[in-house]
Ligand binder design. Structure first.
Ligand SMILES: CC/C=C\C=C\CC(=O)SCCNC(=O)CCNC(=O)[C@H](O)C(C)(C)COP(=O)(O)OP(=O)(O)OC[C@H]1O[C@@H](n2cnc3c(N)ncnc32)[C@H](O)[C@@H]1OP(=O)(O)O
Length: 299
């Protein structure tokens, strides 16, 4: 009895693991709330700096989406921002500090290594949004500039307010966007020609144009009505089978980056297992019996 693990010990370990999964770390530049059942809200929270994305914010975005991916209480995430602007993009003062760090090296290879490491780290922070199996819905208000467009391009669904505007500002500050806009946004809007124009000119485009090119799904009059509606959409998604929703996200992203045949093979490989999941039986039974609230286990 003393050598094996007793049922009591197993119980303690089980609950310890559960609380480890659900507990979120402390964040300095993000505000995270469990807003509704199975819905988490992540808010950019540097309002006094127009939510400029400093190093802490970039790293916290990566960490937060990795954590939410593992959090079985989370099925859907709503990403929004506090303060006047959604975000003013990368923190320009941080960029100056980086310039200083690069200048500490004399040799081009050493300078380049610092820069590559910086770019790759920031890329991974936003890719965490895409790698997170839980759908990410963004609710954007007012200015969404530069790195902000990279950020929302990595999300699954975008909504905005009537006063929202976007700017692929990188060419204006002498660089090519390098953390996802050029790779992701071009695939989420209808016209390559329009995308190229926005990227080359760095001109602002407003909510109506964002809707007309398919970059956002819906435009709302106010931030309050946007958040209320987006939360309801999130709750709707959260009521569905987590197996079905999470695999759908994976398959959509995989299929975007592969041929039709590769996408079909990928989902066949997964569904040969997932169709045996309890969710498939529960959800099918619920449809057959007109049960509107099937209960799915955490995933
Ligand atoms: C590996 C590389 C990864 C990513 C690269 C991304 C590229 C980009 O993001 S390009 C875009 C860079 N951003 C900008 O060019 C925007 C600069 N800011 C503005 O244009 C304006 O501040 C504004 C957002 C239009 C807001 O204007 P206003 O309403 O007049 O407020 P301000 O007084 O200007 O700003 C309030 C406060 O915030 C600070 N701040 C704003 N933006 C940034 C920023 N990007 N970086 C750092 N700080 C910013 C501003 O300095 C003010 O702070 P105070 O302490 O009150 O002075």
């Amino acid at each position: 009895m003393f050598l094996g693990t007793s049922s009591f010990q197993k119980g303690i370990l089980f609950f310890r693991n559960i609380s480890k999964i659900s507990a979120m770390s402390q964040y300095h530049t993000l505000k995270i709330e469990n807003s509704k059942e199975f819905v988490y809200s992540v808010q950019l929270n540097r309002p006094e700096k127009a939510n400029a994305m400093n190093k802490t914010m970039w790293l916290e975005i990566g960490k937060c989406f990795n954590e939410l991916n593992e959090n079985t209480d989370c099925r859907v995430i709503v990403l929004s921002a506090n303060g006047k602007y959604f975000t003013s993009g990368i923190d320009l003062f941080d960029l100056m500090n980086l310039g200083q760090e690069v200048a500490n090296h004399d040799d081009i290879a050493r300078k380049s290594k610092v820069l590559r490491c910086f770019i790759k780290t920031y890329q991974d922070c936003l890719t965490a949004i895409e790698k997170c199996d839980k759908p990410v819905l963004t609710a954007i208000h007012n200015g969404c500039i530069g790195g902000g467009v990279d950020l929302v391009s990595a999300a699954d669904i975008r909504y905005c307010t009537d006063d929202a505007w976007f700017q692929l500002k990188e060419t204006e500050i002498g660089m090519a966007a390098d953390v996802g806009t050029l790779q992701r946004m071009q695939k989420s809007i209808g016209s390559m020609s329009t995308f190229n124009e926005l990227a080359f000119t760095a001109r602002k485009f407003h909510s109506k144009e964002a809707k007309s090119i398919g970059f956002v799904t819906q435009v709302y009059d106010t931030k309050e009505s946007m958040l209320e509606n987006v939360m309801n959409i999130a709750s709707n998604i959260a009521s569905k089978s987590p197996v079905g929703v999470q695999m759908t996200k994976r398959s959509i992203i995989y299929s975007r980056d592969h041929t039709v045949q590769e996408g079909l093979d990928h989902i066949a490989d997964w569904n040969q297992t997932l169709l045996q999941s309890e969710d498939f039986i529960k959800a099918s039974m619920a449809v057959a019996t007109k049960d509107k609230n099937p209960i799915f286990s955490k995933l």
